[in-house]
Design a protein around this ligand. Sequence first.
Ligand SMILES: *[C@@H]1O[C@H](CO)[C@@H](O)[C@H](O)[C@H]1NC(C)=O
Ligand SMILES: *[C@@H]1O[C@H](CO)[C@@H](O)[C@H](O)[C@H]1NC(C)=O
Length: 332
Amino acid sequence: MKLGRAALALLLLAPCVVRAVEPISLGLALAGVLTGYISYPRLYCYFAECCGQRRSLSREALQKDLDNRLFGQHLAKKVILNAVTGFLSNPKPKKPLTLSLHGWTGTGKNFVSKIIAENIYEGGLNSDYVHLFVATLHFPHASNVTLYKDQLQLWIRGNVSACARSIFIFDEMDKMPAGLIDAIKPFLDYYDVVDEVSYQRAIFIFLSNAGAERIMDVALDFWRSGRSREDIRLKDMEQALSVSVFNNRNSGFWHSSLIARNLIDYFVPFLPLEYKHLKMCVRVEMESRGYEVDEDIVTRVADEMTFFPKEERVFSDKGCKTVFTKLDYYLD
Ligand SMILES: *[C@@H]1O[C@H](CO)[C@@H](O)[C@H](O)[C@H]1NC(C)=O
Ligand SMILES: *[C@@H]1O[C@H](CO)[C@@H](O)[C@H](O)[C@H]1NC(C)=O
């Protein structure tokens, strides 16, 4: 696929060069060839994936993706949009961008990382410059933590040397062996260079369930007192979140120097989803699979989900995570 695009770039470039040589004036031809040569990298990167941004990130496109595909997360939307566009438009950031996304499963954390990756690299999560680490997959044994630390440092150093605008996503932070994440602290700090490599343009995204209960408490308080969930502000969450994550033995950040040293730029809360949000997920999924939205099916899928707390049944306990498999049943 990559080769194909590169070949296409060459094919398209070839006629320009040939046409430029046709005129009798050698000077003109030379100028044409030179221009072709100079604009080659830009043209090449237009067709093949290159490090950095393929097209410059568009705030509108990112906003549109978040609006159309992420539901019930007004806080996350706002923080992500501002943090990512602000960082990418800064020509000389002082440190890499570090986002820590928190919330129940199925609330959209993985989804948001995917959207960010796709808005920066055409290949999204499959891009050569986007690296996903899943704790239980890449770092399964707590006893190997020393080995993992060395490995992780080598990987990050290697990848950032090859491409300064690399994206690293750490999923299941809450299942990371304690202390492992501190291995990357030197890369996240305010240093111009570490061992001749500058990490300041890289992006680190951490995903975890840690703090989800704290987020749920706040959301439930708002719901019980009849206040709109959209009135929840970041400051209702942020401080409590960073403290609870830091003090949670199972957070992957337990007593981590990343938090103690304020190296996480944003703690982004993902609120638990309500019935109406599940329906939105089902509708979008039906559309994306090429079906016409059938409200009867939408309701039936949403009705199958389980909700908590037991008495009030407000929030879906798996978010939108399993609606997709449940939908299969109705569409087949
Ligand atoms: C990793 O951990 C496993 C199980 O604890 C152990 O058998 C293995 O030798 C360790 N590998 C290294 C390279 O330390
Ligand atoms: C980049 O990271 C990947 C893991 O995502 C690793 O397998 C690879 O070796 C790293 N590349 C370099 C040059 O270190």
